[in-house]
Design a protein around this ligand. Sequence first.
Ligand code: BGC
Length: 740
Amino acid sequence: MLSALLYALVALTGIVHGFTLRTWDQAYALANATVANLTMTEKVGLLSGVGQFNSRCVGNTTPVSRLGIPAICFQDGPAGIRLVKNVTGFPAGINVAATFSRRLMQARGQAMAEEFRAKGVHVLLGPAMDLMRNPKAGRAWESFGPDPYLNGEGAFSTITGIQSVGVQACAKHLVSNNQEHWRYGLSALVDDRTMHEMYFYPFLRAIDAGVTSIMCAYNQLNGTSSCHNAGLLGPTGLVHSTGFQGYVVSDWGATHDSASDNANAGLDMEQPGDNIVIGGGAFGEGGSGLASAVNSGSVTTARINQMVSRVLAGYYRLGQDTGYPAVNFDAQHSDGSGSLNLGVNVRSAAHTALVREIGGASAVLLKNNRTTTTGAASGVTVRGLPIAAARIKTMAVIGQDAILPNLSCNDLNECNDGTMSIGWGSGSNSLQFIVPPITAIQQFVGTSATIATSLTNDLSAGPAAAKGKDVAIVFVNAMSGELGAYDTVVGNMGDRNDLDLWWKGGSLVEAVAAVCNNTIAVIHSVGPVSVSWSDHPNITGIIYAGAPGEQTGPAIVDVLYGAVNPSGRLPFSIDEDEASYGTTIVYNSLGFPVVNYTEQLLIDYRYMDAKGITPHYEFGFGLSYTTFAYSGLKITSTGSGTSSAVVVTFTVANSGAFAGTEIPQMYLAYPASAGEPKRILRGFDEVKLAVGTTATVTMNLAAREISIWNVATQAWVRPAGTFTVSIGASINDVRLTGTF
Ligand code: BGC
């Protein structure tokens, strides 16, 4: 009882966070006034990390105690706090993308930031918004999939949520950071239109959201290091010419040139401050390199003042100068030991519930061959989903992916020996409170059924447990992560080697299906996987559950047993053949390769559309336990050119037997002369409907969303001609069409 009360109290204090949001002008006025009071040593201390092993957070600046400016604390990552105890493990970016819910994207951003704030972190190192250029890209699960619009909306909503509680977001990684192999120095060759419409597009939305910081990437863009790239970071470079007001911080060790090269190109801060083998240390330990560059005149005083002003502007804009919690952890001791780890619990019942909600809302129902007692949808389930608990007397839970993962793996979570709730690397999060599927199922089922288990991927034991059971649930997975120190995880060096399920997961599902005519497969995967077995008649249900975070067990129980009607949609296409995706990962190279983005605008569904490839499961696909009917499309188009505005409305009705949420999507076909892919995503919504009810959906298209990037005029331009609007439940399940 006492501990429950204490828990509630700590949770409450963790989410009380009033602050005054200042305008950029107000923030800059304060920042400039502070800069005028700083010594050169203090300035360089604010522009450079204190060193990888000296930081209490994953990155810190030097405090200016006489002015009350703390060591600014930078901490991973995009799915919750890493290296720290008593925090929540949130769902991965790819899962919140699969919800197609701006509400949940924003709520997740806010909830994460509440925890970062309560731990004293000033800058949350996320969101990641690197497009999934290739389905095997190691870190793609940290972001929101291959579609630039979905990534942009994910970034916008996440940043809005994070910064709503006074925590700075850090949009990363600028730019074209799309594979792990050779990431520390490869050069992405990307043309201007592709850059604007694809890889930079999510950053545009981050800037729209007022993001205070951007992280430049390890890799080069068109032959120049991202952190030393005036075309990206300079006064007329991409970020500042599109209205960015904050500062650019290097990825950890991503400075490959001299202090003056980087500072003059537009880099404002270097982290973690020293050379960490892969690079770094340009601004020098304690900023010494930068200080001598200023002394020698190779970096002007005006520029260094601008750098510090930008850094402080983010801090003042979000009111971090008043009442901000002090750092109460020590990332150098991820086991929670040491006198600097104060053990503050920032978890809350609300955050746990949100993680569970997103876990359910991101589960994508790929297949459901449901039969019922009456033959009608309103009957009780006999086979398929949702499972009718009352009818099931014997069941089997199978697969290593159902069990608790290794909780003492390593700081990067480079293990896949239990359930996969998050990938590995700096984007990983805390597994301390994970509830694995087997635990949640046993708790839910209680004594209502006997549960046989085979919690390895043994191809004999699995079917033996499943034989003759009323239902068998098979958990399988695939994982990937960050390259880090060139580590491999089961032979995968960040990027996956192939699209196969790990540990012979596909064979396990098939072996179980051979003996049980009600086999349900649950896939925990960082991205697309081969599901060549999906048509097996004994496989009555398939759920793609992604990387759902710590409440993975309760969330999947909600979906399996129908407390949650699935509404997740694939944020990528699934096909067995990697050739269907239009890109490759460059694995082998003699030295850092040039990766040529010759596919331009055509990745994932855009490539498949262009080549007439119908994937196994298309982008935006996901079934529900109910059915929805669409009608009444109306399109109103006003203005022209940059003042264009298009409003699209239609009606969705729940025409089935269960309450549920539909995710209507809007795809646009541009006039042929525009040279755009055949259809591109330009709208989505979540519509919660009780049985028999209807709702009107409104989607707005702003001028930029019906424009292309014109390389000649360097502007977003609306192409002349007719646009076709397709509204549907996936890219290939079109229900309404119209034009404007
Ligand atoms: C990653 C970043 C991360 C940083 C700090 C880098 O290796 O690329 O995403 O924020 O480390 O841990």
